[in-house]
Design a protein around this ligand. Structure first.
Ligand code: 6CS
Length: 363
């Protein structure tokens, strides 16, 4: 009898100990699940995120390659905890709509160009002043990466509009296309030339004698085709991918400007992230930015080869011809500086930075 009771007691203790181990096991399984989901991974740092990343160009264009590189790197570095949906131009409205959506937080990250933000953030027009930047892309890269003007007073102006600018970067030299040759101010007179909508770009072309016509990018091809406009300006990769040479007869290597843009986030969204995630996003943008310099150069080269096969005339402006346009455009710098004390300060600093970078790297 005693033996029987002892047997039942031992059986009960055995069952209880199995149950306790099972409970403990559940708890452990919970923390293992966490580890599997990446929560304990320092690189991935916590919360799952799906980022909407919008840009202003078509599939395969420079901004699209940039956005997809960002997607690839951040998804890889976080084991998929942060994922990115890339939206090309037109899928979320016009480029002005994209800027507004970034300000309201409907989009978390975007590439937004000063040609569209110039009237919202007048100081961003520094990037739209023709002939301001260097003829050397290496010099421009250095200035865009390191400028105290851009990452100091200009960044504050973006922040006042609800944006966190990460990095300013470039997409190559600007070229003119036209239904006629435009190599002198005389030839520019009265030309209906499409520009991005910022007022400062429009004024620059008025100073250069043209009849500037601002539109969104989606309308350029049809307007050229129907002679609603005679000419337009853009970097070469964009001219080729948008097929503008099908409806234009002349391509001018004017190098009157570089196409610059900025990768930015909605400020509330970004500041609401953990410090680790903020740092991670900044690191990835820096990496993509460095990569983008070579990428845009390769895209420009490919575009030049494609342009040379087209049935059009390619005209390289002489330095005297470029100087003549530059002289005409100079009053726009005063206009910019008169916008605000901050604008004046930004212009003074950046002119000095360009000069110093040219002295250091050679132009
Ligand atoms: O001209 C434009 O409107 C466009 N150009 C470029 C190179 N990127 C975006 C922008 O929409």
């Amino acid at each position: 009898m005693y033996k029987k009771n002892e047997f039942y007691l031992l059986l009960l203790m055995f069952i209880l100990s199995i149950a306790l181990v099972a409970c403990g096991g559940n708890g452990d399984a919970g923390s293992d699940d966490k580890a599997d989901s990446g929560d304990n991974d320092a690189a991935s740092g916590g919360e799952e995120l799906v980022l909407k990343f919008a840009h202003e160009e078509g599939q395969g264009d420079v901004q699209d390659l940039y956005a997809n590189k960002f997607k690839e790197l951040i998804e890889e570095k976080t084991d998929g905890r942060i994922t990115v949906d890339v939206f090309t131009a037109g899928t979320l409205g016009t480029n002005m709509d994209v800027l507004q959506s970034l300000q309201t937080g409907a989009i978390e990250i975007a590439i937004t160009s000063p040609g569209f933000s110039g009237d919202v953030i007048p100081e961003s027009n520094i990037m739209s002043i023709p002939f301001l930047f260097s003829d050397s892309l290496e010099v421009n890269k250095k200035v865009l990466n390191e400028s105290e003007a851009l990452y100091g007073p200009l960044a504050e102006k973006y922040e006042e509009q609800g944006l966190t600018p990460f990095k300013f970067w470039l997409e190559g030299f600007m070229w003119w296309t036209g239904n006629k040759q435009i190599s002198t101010p005389e030839e520019m007179k009265g030309v209906k030339l499409r520009t991005m909508p910022s007022n400062l770009i429009i004024e620059s072309y008025e100073y250069m004698g043209a009849n500037p016509t601002p539109t969104d990018s989606g309308e350029i091809y049809t307007m050229l085709q129907t002679n609603g406009i005679d000419a337009q300006e853009n970097p070469l990769f964009y001219i080729i991918s948008s097929n503008f040479l099908e409806v234009q007869d002349f391509l001018m290597d004017s190098k009157h400007h570089i196409y610059t843009t900025v990768t930015a986030a909605n400020q509330d969204f970004f500041e609401g992230l953990s410090e680790e995630d903020q740092e991670l996003i900044r690191e990835v943008v820096d990496e993509v930015n460095e990569w983008s310099f070579t990428m845009q150069d390769e895209e420009s080269q490919k575009a030049l080869e494609a342009a040379q096969k087209e049935d059009i005339e390619i005209i390289e402006l002489t330095s005297e011809q470029r100087e003549a346009f530059k002289e005409l455009s100079l009053p726009v710098r005063e206009k910019y500086a008169a916008e605000s004390e901050t604008a004046k300060e930004i212009l003074e600093i950046i002119e000095k930075e360009i000069e110093e970078a040219e002295a250091e790297l050679g132009d």
